[in-house]
Ligand binder design. Sequence first.
Ligand code: UDP
Length: 327
Amino acid sequence: MNVLVCGGAGYIGSNMTAMLASQGHRPIVFDNLSKGHKEAVKGQELIEGDLADFDLLVKVLKEKKIDAVMHFAAFIEVGESVEKPLEFYRNNVCNTRTLLTAMEKTGVKKFVFSSSAAVYGMPKSVPITEDLPKEPINPYGETKWAVEQMCHFQSHTGKLNYAALRYFNAAGAGGNGTLGEDHKPESHLIPLVIAAAMGKREDIKIFGTDYPTPDGTCIRDYIHIEDLCSAHLLALEKLEKYNELVYNLGNGKGYSVRQVIETVKKVSGAFFKVVEALRRPGDPPVLTADAAKAIKELGWKVKYPQIEKIVETAWKWHSAHPNGYGK
Ligand code: UDP
């Protein structure tokens, strides 16, 4: 298939692009490079463009004979979404509406959307199943839910077949270890702990040690980037026959902040300072996925269930790219 990968120069999008190519598809990356990295596209076709540009989207969808769109281009910083909600709605919602409109106009039906566990907000029970209430607690989560709703209604017109994939904590490096995580600024736990292990940060702060969890720190579900991407390929195939698919993508296993820090210490062999800090507002104590639906319906198999393996791939990439991409 000819697949337009919106946000294909970013962390998850670049891994998806590499996997699509390795599986015989033809990925075409569409990215404005506001956050992504040209170097992460690794020689695949790149169109530098903005999702607000309706005419360009229509032209690309037609001229490149696009069969399906995968959409990873979005702002992801929760804190920033609270400060700049209108920017998040513009980029994450309005631009996705433009993309879907261009797809409708050109008759491109298949759409795989990067959603998030943030749509559940503070879930009443874990592990989280897809049918739990969607009650986001920040503008970021609201934008993801708004797009899911837009896709839901559009799919009922018969003009869209979509899969909404709700990611838990994407982590690790893929593309044979060549495609890692390089966000600026970085806010995710694993790359930050690795930065501390590499001596690039003075310390790592644990945001809250008084949570109702066994060691007092938050528990998250870390899912390897290649496992995440393999589920997208399976969902894409299924869109041949189905118009609406929704799946949680996670390991089902949770690891606490302290466990992640210990794992980085073990994998890196480095010593670094760990500081116990105050809670970060809006962090639920435990977020783990029930991914039984994806496993059953997509035949999805997770290759990296262990946090050690996930951290090892991240550690290798960061060690080989101490300043991230391209420098
Ligand atoms: N966290 C932390 N210190 C940091 C960054 C994150 O203790 O410097 C914690 C954060 O509070 C959360 C977990 O690590 O409990 C995972 O955070 P991350 O931002 O990576 O992902 P989130 O689950 O918020 O999407």
